[in-house]
Write a protein that binds this ligand. Sequence first.
Ligand code: SF4
Length: 463
Amino acid sequence: MCGVFGIRAPGRDVARLTYFGIYALQHRGQESAGIAVSEDGRLTALRDLGLVAQVFDERSLHGLEGELAIGHTRYSTTGGNAWANSQPLLHHGRTRTVALGHNGNLVNADELRASIGKPLASTSDSEVIAALVADDERPLDEALPAAMARLEGAATVVGLADGRLFAFRDPHGFRPLVLGRLGEDPVVASESCALDLVGAEFVREIRPGELIVVADSGVESVQAVEPSDRGSLCIFEFFYLARPDTRLSGVEVHGARVRMGERLAEEAPVEADLVLPVPDSGTPAAIGFARATGIPFSEGLIKNRYVGRTFIQPEQGMREQGIRMKFNPLAEVGGKRLVVVDDSIVRGSTTRQIVQMLFDAGAAEVHVRISSPPVVSPCYYGIDLASEDEMIAAHATVDEVREAIGASTLAYLSLDGLQAATRRPADALCRACLTRDYPTRLPTAAAKHRFESPTAASRRAGT
Ligand code: SF4
């Protein structure tokens, strides 16, 4: 999970536009943020740990001048939350310097890293991509497709090199990427909501395997790598990750989530007095559930919107702490039979605490309804879900999960129901964390901190 943005707009304040672009993509990553600009081919980058609004101010934006810019918000999947892993990263190679922002996770990062034959400054898999392009002696138009052909896994990338902006998507298209236009100036972004925020018009989605290079002459597009015959846009984007006002494959995410709730109501109805969402990602499905059943919708859980999404904070201790700061139940839940709708259960700790909080507030019954099937297997393509051992549903029945979270009843949306709500065919989406059917080979190693030194790793483990 990361957000990427890129623009070519000579004469405009490209850094400021990029700031607002990544501001709209803040939900995709809250660990670090950065912007790189290219001015007559010279690259400058500013990046740091923190939210977009914490990393940049008026003064820092003024220092970023150019005609091209890229931006990135990061949530780590390979390589820890450290400054060196924040992006856009700058890699000085044998042939050129490349600024690069990456969303996704490679499954062959270990092999590629070994083949590069030199130490890298970061411990993420993203610098490998920059190094492949920066060390290639061929012109950029040849170096980029050659690098793309060597990547396996998820790679939605924006970059700057040789005075040009480039953007591409892996042949599966795991993570979204759209092309827009601000007047005559091209813009690329992870989600269409970022185009809306900067006032750009949506042109089209960038295809799996497609490379876009933006030069003075305009936007050049090539199908650099054959698209996989198994399209794999992440289904998690539909029910959890993407912003509700984003359109994925032409489908507005909010509408898809409302349909998930309606279908869930058909599949698992229950007698109750109120339908409560777990805000914000459970809200559209709760609206759908309430609409389909006629049970009144209530904002029974009040969220402190200034606390980060607990799912995004990567350490278990922070997650446990986060939930107590994040939600507070309203008095109206007292004595009521509640349906609580959320988008997913991964570890179960958040759901267990919410159920307990509602019973403590006097709820008579707490019926949990989840607008996705059980998450049973890890993601190797850019979402740090958890290991299989940590997933509550990986080796438990629905009733065992219900007991563990302390709910009166529990039901998940079926895979068919979820699929139908997306209005996309099954073979267009990756659903591997729900089905264990992965569209690529699996990585030989997947530990997040595997490229860190033994000292850094033991410091992180507290040993
Ligand atoms: S494994 Fe799950 S989270 Fe990962 S890309 Fe596939 S559907 Fe998305």
